[in-house]
Design a protein around this ligand. Structure first.
Ligand code: IFM
Length: 454
């Protein structure tokens, strides 16, 4: 059965990954500018200073979305472009950019879906402790107010945060993302503040963006045990709780998962955190944004008690970023979220694959058969979820463009449109044509081998 007519088809990006113009027009420094300019942090030594130069080329990019028959576009706003110091003086030129982008989208019949925070914290706020500072919910409220007042009349889909797990744990615990801190306690503190910031932003969005759909976007990852041995089951369950329930439970139930909370408290990891504050995060939401890419499979590691190592099945397939191709996990995740948390609506706000495409595109189309096959399989899982009663309303492919893939730099390409970073030339990939035909027909099995450019 095809996807319904009113299903929303879109593409997603984020500010730091595509905009460029990192210091021009009054933009402040953000943590990713600082981090990427620190030697050794980014795999290919690159940074997002220019990225896809979307700041200047957005009309061309919107035209591409239109050519791809997309209904909607999910983008994020750069906090440091709007408030260069994080709070205080507003950079009107920065806000003007988002005004122009939103108007261009609407002129082309594309619904804007805004995300307030996709990882590019103003460095000035990081200098005050960033996401570990208990004042950050009020800083975020101030920023939300500025953005919602300006764009709230036209942007009617809002995610407060994108993937707070990554903000907190990759940024403050594991140190592989900006700001590069390596302290487990700081990770949990940051996670706590992201939830309180979400709580602070929701009512402000509702106040200034009437009739908007407001939600949060989480990266959900199944964690399966490698066997049914109790120790494998236990490490997998703990990983599952910390990556998924740690955010889902506060947002939908106003509390942290009890068992994990007790365990983490006993380990001293909740020091300085008043866990009861997360009751504020339980607010009526219009949708949950789910970002899904892969799963982990855990085997207990006796050499590191409490920890696990990955043990994928022998026939597992992986994308070029080393993530397992596992569409079944998308179905399982959607069914679990629907069963345990009952969000009113769900949008797949990101899904896509990194496969290596050439740096330069020679012809009119870049052939990327692996990405087409990946999307077909994952869309099939989404379709099954829909037909099993999950209130799935839309799909945003990650990503519209090849872009700056954080610590991987430009070495991993996720786009359905190829970008030659030397010339900024955009070239459609076969996967873009596939998504166009899916958007037109609702049929994930559509054959696009001989379908040509618009
Ligand atoms: O590029 C990222 C995006 O910023 C957040 N979700 C996962 C994508 C692929 O790693």
């Amino acid at each position: 059965m095809p996807f319904p007519q009113d299903f929303v088809w879109g593409t997603a990006t984020s500010s730091y990954q595509i905009e460029g113009m990192f210091a021009g027009d009054g933009r402040g420094e953000c943590i990713w500018t600082r981090f990427s300019h620190t030697p050794g942090k980014i795999a290919d030594g690159s940074n997002g200073d220019v990225a896809c130069d979307h700041y200047h080329r957005f009309p061309e990019d919107v035209a591409l979305m239109k050519a791809l028959h997309m209904d909607a576009y999910r983008f994020s706003i750069s906090w440091a472009r709007v408030l260069p110091q994080g709070t205080g003086t507003i950079n009107q030129i920065g806000l003007d950019f988002y005004d122009r982008l939103v108007d261009e989208l609407l002129r082309n019949g594309i619904t804007p879906s805004g995300t307030l925070y996709h990882w590019d914290l103003p460095q000035a706020l990081e200098d005050r402790g960033g996401w570990t500072n208990p004042d950050i919910p009020s800083w975020f409220a101030e920023y939300t107010d500025v953005v919602a007042r300006r764009l709230g009349d036209r942007v009617k889909f809002w995610s407060t945060l994108n993937e707070p797990w990554c903000t907190a744990f990759l940024g403050y615990w594991l140190g592989v993302h900006a700001p590069g801190q390596r302290d487990q306690k700081l990770g949990f503190r940051a996670a706590h503040q992201t939830l309180l910031a979400h709580a602070a932003a929701v009512p402000i969005l509702r106040q200034h963006s009437h009739d908007a759909k407001v939600g949060i976007t989480l990266n959900l990852v199944p964690h399966d045990p490698a066997s049914d041995k109790p120790e494998d089951v236990r490490v997998a369950r703990m990983a599952d709780v910390i990556s998924n329930d740690w955010f889902l439970d506060p947002v939908f139930r106003g509390e942290y998962p009890a068992e994990a909370l007790a365990e983490l408290t006993a380990l001293g990891l909740m020091e300085g955190i008043d866990a009861s504050e997360v009751k504020a995060a339980k607010l009526p939401l219009d949708f949950l944004g789910v970002n899904y890419y892969m799963r982990w499979v855990h085997e207990y590691d006796p050499s590191a008690p409490g920890q696990s190592r990955n043990r994928f099945p022998d026939d597992a397939e992986f994308t070029d970023i080393g993530w397992e191709v596992y569409e079944r996990g998308l179905l399982d995740t959607l069914l679990k979220v629907h069963r345990d948390y009952s969000p009113a609506e769900i949008y797949i706000n990101e899904c896509g694959a990194a496969y290596s495409d050439p740096d330069q595109a020679d012809g009119e189309i870049v052939e990327d058969p692996k990405r087409v096959a990946f999307l077909r399989r994952y869309l099939g899982a989404a379709e099954s979820a829909l037909h099993q009663g999950v209130p799935l309303k839309g799909w945003f492919t990650w990503s519209l463009l090849d872009n700056f893939e954080w610590a991987e730099g430009y070495s991993k390409r996720f786009g359905i449109v190829h970008v030659d970073f030397a010339t900024q030339k955009r070239t459609l990939k076969r996967s873009g044509i596939y998504m166009r035909e899916v958007a037109k027909t609702g049929d994930v099995q559509v054959n696009v081998d001989n379908v040509s450019l618009p």
